[in-house]
Write a protein that binds this ligand. Sequence first.
Ligand SMILES: CC(=O)N[C@H]1[C@@H](OP(=O)(O)OP(=O)(O)OC[C@H]2O[C@@H](n3ccc(=O)[nH]c3=O)[C@H](O)[C@@H]2O)O[C@H](CO)[C@@H](O)[C@@H]1O[C@H](C)C(=O)N[C@@H](C)C(=O)N[C@H](CCC(=O)O)C(=O)O
Ligand SMILES: Nc1ncnc2c1ncn2[C@@H]1O[C@H](COP(=O)(O)OP(=O)(O)OP(=O)(O)O)[C@@H](O)[C@H]1O
Ligand SMILES: N[C@H](CCC[C@H](N)C(=O)O)C(=O)O
Ligand SMILES: [Mg+2]
Length: 489
Amino acid sequence: MKLTEIISILPFYQSTKKLEEIDINSIEMDSRRVKASDLFICIKGFTVDGHDFVNQAIERGASAIIAEKEIQTNVPTIVVPDTSRALALIATKFFAYPTNQFPLIGVTGTNGKTTVTYLLEAIFSKYKKKTGVIGTIHMKIGDESFPVNNTTPDALFLQRTFRQMADEQVETGIMEVSSHALDLGRVYGCDFDIAIFTNLSQDHLDYHKDMNDYLRAKSLLFAQLGSAYADGRKKFAILNEDDPHSSLLKQSTAQHILTYGLSDKAQVKATNIQLDVTHTNFTLSSPVGIIEIHSKLIGMFNVYNMLAASSAAIASNVPLNVIKKALESITGVNGRFQQVIAGQPFATIVDYAHTPDSLENVLQTIQEFAKRKVYVVVGCGGDRDRTKRPLMADIALKYADLAIFTSDNPRTEEPHRILDDMTNGLSKTHFEVIENRKEAICHAVQLAKKDDIILIAGKGHETYQQIGQTKYDFDDREVAKEAINNKGI
Ligand SMILES: CC(=O)N[C@H]1[C@@H](OP(=O)(O)OP(=O)(O)OC[C@H]2O[C@@H](n3ccc(=O)[nH]c3=O)[C@H](O)[C@@H]2O)O[C@H](CO)[C@@H](O)[C@@H]1O[C@H](C)C(=O)N[C@@H](C)C(=O)N[C@H](CCC(=O)O)C(=O)O
Ligand SMILES: Nc1ncnc2c1ncn2[C@@H]1O[C@H](COP(=O)(O)OP(=O)(O)OP(=O)(O)O)[C@@H](O)[C@H]1O
Ligand SMILES: N[C@H](CCC[C@H](N)C(=O)O)C(=O)O
Ligand SMILES: [Mg+2]
């Protein structure tokens, strides 16, 4: 594509040279990936500044640069006020507006995003639509999945992936939209048809100034739904009626709103809820009819997840009987409330709860069914919100008979410092600190007796433990299984 055509999408720019007819082969934001005739976009990151890699990009063959300041080079430099936003716009243009080619559903909120996308994938697949999914666990087109580094990847990766999805005839796109992504403009330029809000509670206060700032970032997804009805497409904001933060989100969109929850005001509602240790039953009433759901997913929070996914499906005209069949066919979500079964007489549950609210939800659910002791093995991630550490430790102690505090991806922090943050100031003492996660899990398994429950929280589907910059193989489910086998049951 011609450079002049690519940059025509930018609202403003200044060029250091008269732009001749330059052909651009591809666009790159990483100098190490630049090839001949590429357009290199300089992004100021949290670690380094892409502007410092212009020479490398040119040596590798870049034929134009987009930057936030003038740079002394022989190749044309286009100066824009914000290269992240310019990247997002240019990527949508370069990949020919792929999100206009299929309906795109974005899911945001502190907890439940992955679960809701998983439920939506099941519903749309049952409706015989080819799906494309992007989220924490993977990126998936039809049945083929690929690894991802971020829950919501950067704009270049996203638009390239959406193009692949469009070319492979994806009929519904489903993605998790993190608050980081919204704030950093990774989804700027995506044409969402449905935006779902799960809930908001404390997380990521290392990144967002406060909870208002965190909510403001989430609200961008709803503002981004736009206001045009000209092409006849109906767009929807799907909001949790029982979460007070939804009121601001209602004001953030000019589109149709569909609410879900347990309260009478909700348009898609759950009543007659029966929570059991092996299943969850409820009646789902909606503006288009009523269905009885018999699900194998456990816990009240999963009732909310099922309501959120069903609401988006109803907004997409999926028949209720298809929604029912899909929800009832799901046995679980990878690493979420996942039981480790190795013939032991006690329950061992691996879950991805890594926020105070999710830990409390999971422990409340466990406590409802607990016959004997509850052991919790949990840690907090390094280089992440420090203020959630004592809250998570406190919640573990509120519900557990014994909490074993351990490491969860210490990253570049000293593990014992993270554990100090968790334990300093605790008033209760029924906890132990075992820095090594494997030893912590083995200890819980050694202590557990018939009918006890062990919750291993925080890492869920993860198959690594990140210490420093290195990711070591580590899977809570495998480690627990091995510990149970070694106990000789
Ligand atoms: C804090 C943050 O969001 N960091 C993201 C960011 O990395 P960064 O700012 O450190 O990038 P950088 O290394 O400084 O590089 C800046 C620029 O220079 C370029 N560069 C760099 C080196 C070089 O030799 N040449 C070069 O051109 C890079 O390609 C980049 O364009 O840009 C990277 C590429 O897009 C992301 O992968 C990375 O996410 C890291 C892995 C991360 O952990 N992010 C977390 C905080 C995050 O985003 N989490 C949310 C989910 C949260 C949740 O809801 O649970 C997510 O959506 O994943
Ligand atoms: N609707 C919900 N409300 C509260 N907690 C939930 C909800 N759904 C799931 N959880 C809890 O949160 C954990 C993470 O769930 P899930 O992976 O679906 O959330 P997520 O929003 O995708 O998280 P992340 O921000 O890490 O991508 C689960 O393991 C469970 O403990
Ligand atoms: N998306 C979340 C995942 C946290 C998972 C937990 N295991 C941790 O490493 O803190 C984050 O990056 O903050
Ligand atoms: Mg997720």
